[in-house]
Design a protein around this ligand. Structure first.
Ligand SMILES: Nc1nc2c(c(=O)[nH]1)N[C@H]1C(S)=C(S)[C@@H](COP(=O)(O)O)O[C@H]1N2
Ligand SMILES: [Mo]
Length: 199
């Protein structure tokens, strides 16, 4: 039945893909934050998509919870070399959040409460590859891990999965985010080991 690794039959805690080069497995869930953990009350949380023409699409916490959600089980890979396989999340696909957004943009910049940013090609947020998640492992997402909600883009290094996400700006020109401006790779594909600029 195609390219599925032996032993993967939809069981929990297993991975379809194995480990990218240079990564090791961890069962912990390390916390990696470039600054203090912002505390955003749910009734103050908003998620905003801003198009290249400045049009804004906004969801309150209540409106966000009313959107259809999914429960992705995915492997995550941090550029500091830890990986976790088969992590379980709940959240809203970016396909849902971008469904009614009219745009010609090719790039996206995710913004977080607290000021963190990270950039991605818009295509990498579409077609079932990215979510705004508010639950992890059956529980509300802890503030340290990005709660109330974070971006989850598991096919790229985990720094692209912006914690405390508050919005995405759609751009016609690529604009580097926080780590990308500090020498990390613009795209960050763990399978091609794109850790730093020039990799
Ligand atoms: N807002 C924000 N998002 C962030 C970060 C950060 O410092 N601030 N760190 C990134 C990095 S480098 C990683 S590896 C993951 C870590 O997520 P975790 O702390 O839940 O393991 O979050 C990413 N998203
Ligand atoms: Mo990271």
């Amino acid at each position: 039945m195609g390219i599925v690794s032996p032993g993967f039959h939809g069981r929990r805690r297993e991975s379809a893909g194995g480990l990218p080069p240079g990564q090791y497995l961890t069962n912990d869930f390390p916390v990696l934050s470039a600054g203090p953990t912002p505390r955003i009350p749910q009734d103050e949380w908003e998620f905003t998509v801003t198009t290249e023409s400045g049009r804004e699409h906004r969801w309150t916490w209540r409106e966000f919870l009313d959107l259809p959600s999914e429960t992705p089980q995915v492997d995550i890979h941090c550029v500091t070399k830890w990986s976790k396989l088969g992590t379980e999340w709940q959240g809203v696909s970016l396909d849902v959040l971008l469904a009614d957004v009219e745009t010609e943009a090719d790039y996206a910049l995710a913004h977080s409460y607290g000021g963190y940013t990270t950039n991605l090609p818009l295509d990498d947020l579409l077609d079932g590859k990215a979510w705004v998640v508010h639950r992890y492992d059956g529980e509300d997402l802890e503030p340290e891990h990005g709660g109330p909600a974070r971006l989850l883009v598991p096919h790229l290094y985990f720094w692209k999965s912006a914690k405390w996400v508050r919005g995405i700006t759609l751009l016609t020109e690529n604009e580097p985010g926080f780590w990308e401006s500090a020498g990390y790779h613009d795209y960050g594909d763990p399978w091609r080991e794109q850790r730093y600029q020039g990799d």
